[in-house]
Write a protein that binds this ligand. Structure first.
Ligand SMILES: Cc1cc2nc3c(=O)[nH]c(=O)nc-3n(C[C@H](O)[C@H](O)[C@H](O)COP(=O)(O)O)c2cc1C
Length: 184
């Protein structure tokens, strides 16, 4: 039987929530990326790793690139968690570009990527993040009206409120992928 582990980096809980849902479905271990000892990963066949997107970036990419370089033969699955709708083609492309720049284009072919949508709670944010969101809201406001997406408008109106988009149904494709190609 193949062994999986889910690693996550989560500032406000969404990527962690998805990691726990995936680990329940696959009956596998789940661990905060910051607590991972890379040498202990040799026992796993499948490494599933996820993080929320921050200003278009994933800081977890460097850690994941190190793991891929240490164990190039394992199966890698990455899930992104974003506020923007991951079903939109434009958002997927920009998320994929961010994943590529985080893990390096040479590693992109080795990683299957899934896109999830997360929660957003302004009241829980650090002051720096609150300031970043205020700036993002003002930047979006300056976009020409015809270029604004529905997500842009929702954030302009409610940047200092909350959105609850995390939903277990997003993981179905990932679980089917892992089960379907005999990774369990
Ligand atoms: C400072 C900041 C920047 C963000 N930047 C983006 C972004 O560029 N694109 C996006 O879709 N979501 C963005 N988000 C939303 C987060 O990706 C979303 O809230 C996610 O659920 C966070 O996951 P986590 O709680 O596991 O860290 C941002 C959130 C914050 C606080």
């Amino acid at each position: 039987m193949k062994k999986s582990i889910v690693l996550y980096k989560s500032k406000y809980g969404s990527a962690k929530k998805y990691a726990e849902w995936i680990s329940e479905e696959l009956n596998c271990k789940v661990l905060d990326m910051d607590k991972v000892d890379i040498s202990s990963l040799h026992v796993f066949d499948n490494i599933i790793c996820g993080q929320g997107i921050y200003a278009g970036n994933f800081s977890v990419g460097k850690d994941l690139a190190n793991i891929i370089e240490t164990y190039p033969q394992k199966n890698y699955i990455f899930y992104s968690v974003s506020l923007s709708d991951p079903n939109s083609e434009v958002d997927r492309d920009s998320i994929l570009k961010s994943v590529e720049s985080a893990i390096g284009s040479a590693n992109l072919d080795k990683v299957k990527v899934f896109f999830f949508r997360g929660d957003y709670y302004f009241s829980k944010m650090t002051l720096v993040h609150k300031a970043m969101m205020w700036m993002m809201k003002n930047m979006l406001k300056r976009k020409p009206e015809e270029e604004k997406t529905d997500d842009d408008r929702a954030l302009i109106e409610n940047y200092n409120g909350s959105f609850e988009f995390a939903d277990k149904s997003y993981i179905v494709d990932l679980i089917n992928y892992v089960k379907g190609i005999g990774l369990v």
